[in-house]
Ligand binder design. Structure first.
Ligand SMILES: Cc1cc2nc3c(=O)[nH]c(=O)nc-3n(C[C@H](O)[C@H](O)[C@H](O)COP(=O)(O)OP(=O)(O)OC[C@H]3O[C@@H](n4cnc5c(N)ncnc54)[C@H](O)[C@@H]3O)c2cc1C
Length: 302
């Protein structure tokens, strides 16, 4: 089921049909904060009121023209300006294929640089999400290069990739902030662990490394046993609670989100918005195929 859903997430015709369908849009509302920036910002303010920070993601990936990439950049510049203007406790997360990486590395770099420069001027931060392993090297190169000049940028490491320990060590050495996640794409056995137990074991090893050697790491997961392991580790090493943060996705495991915030942990929610929601939505279904049944039931009830 996971493989099928991830395969469907890359189907262009299905994407076009879903993104223009009113009922499909209603379904995606469980994971997506709205179509427009004002809707997303008011969701962010509501989340902030619960003592939880945000990172705003303007949905879109694998854009097909330089004009589309430039529109994505402008949407992010505007989002960052509004976040600061409204005093929202938040930053932004982006995907390099949304900034034109498939079209021209130089243009993509220039688009991201404009945003990172603005973030540095505003005292804010840009997180570069990690996409499939075809992009890992280019993503790390671009982030390390921009970090050397602006500092206001960090990236993401996926524990399902065999290479990740080496990448975490390199990022720690350079003082670059890392968000650790398990990984959401379909990867071959030559690149990634296929068994959940191996992905989880590697996650815990990388989490320990980041908490000891990293700069303000983000532990991004909804996995209760890994969250418990993180809590045990920071207590045993006397790592202060303001030296790291948990991160979770908007709309997923509200129960754990509330508990962590109530216990005084730093927590940030990843809040996606925009009309290009289909690939993001399908990856969320793939992570927990029971979501398909849940959504189908809601549809039948309507
Ligand atoms: C803040 C944040 C940013 C991320 N950024 C990236 C990125 O840049 N690149 C990337 O490849 N991946 C990214 N991911 C996705 C990540 O790689 C995983 O696919 C996703 O978080 C599910 O893994 P998990 O750690 O929650 O563990 P899992 O083992 O998948 O899930 C543990 C438990 O969490 C709950 N859960 C997990 N997913 C769902 C869901 N979709 N619906 C309902 N319940 C669910 C279930 O209770 C499940 O039993 C990000 C995740 C987060 C939280």
């Amino acid at each position: 089921m996971r493989t099928l859903l991830l395969f469907l997430s890359r189907q262009k015709q299905l994407r076009k049909w879903m993104e223009t369908s009113a009922w499909a849009r209603r379904l995606s509302g469980r994971f997506v904060a709205g179509d427009t920036l004002p809707e997303a910002l008011s969701t962010c303010q509501r989340i902030n009121a619960e003592g939880i920070a945000v990172t705003l993601d303007h949905l879109g990936e694998n854009v097909a023209s330089p004009a589309e990439a430039a529109r994505s950049r402008d949407a992010y510049l505007q989002a960052l300006t509004e976040i600061v203007k409204l005093g929202i406790d938040g930053n932004v997360s982006l995907k390099l294929t949304q900034f034109g990486m498939d079209l021209s590395l130089a243009d993509c770099r220039s688009n991201v640089e404009q945003l990172v420069r603005q973030a540095a001027q505003l005292g804010n931060f840009v997180r570069v999400d990690m996409e499939s392993s075809a992009y890992t090297d280019r993503t790390l190169d671009l982030v390390t290069d921009l970090h050397a000049r602006y500092a206001a940028v960090g990236t993401v490491i996926q524990s399902y990739l065999y290479r990740s320990r080496k990448d975490v060590e390199m990022l720690c050495d350079r003082g670059i902030r890392v968000r650790l996640c398990k990984g959401a794409y379909l990867e071959p056995p030559s690149a990634a662990f296929q068994r959940k137990a191996d992905v989880d074991r590697n996650y815990i090893e990388l989490m320990n490394l980041l908490l000891e050697k990293g700069v303000y790491p983000a532990i991004a997961t909804h996995d209760e046993s890994i969250i418990a392991e993180t809590e045990r580790f920071v207590v045993s090493r006397r790592i202060p609670r303001d030296a790291f943060e948990f991160q979770m996705l908007y709309g997923i495991r509200r129960d754990i989100q509330r508990r962590l915030a109530a216990e005084g942990y730093r927590l940030r929610l990843y809040v996606p918005y925009g009309e290009a929601w289909y690939p993001y939505f399908m990856r969320r279904l793939a992570e927990r195929p029971a979501n398909v049944v849940f959504l189908a039931r809601n549809l039948v009830r309507r």
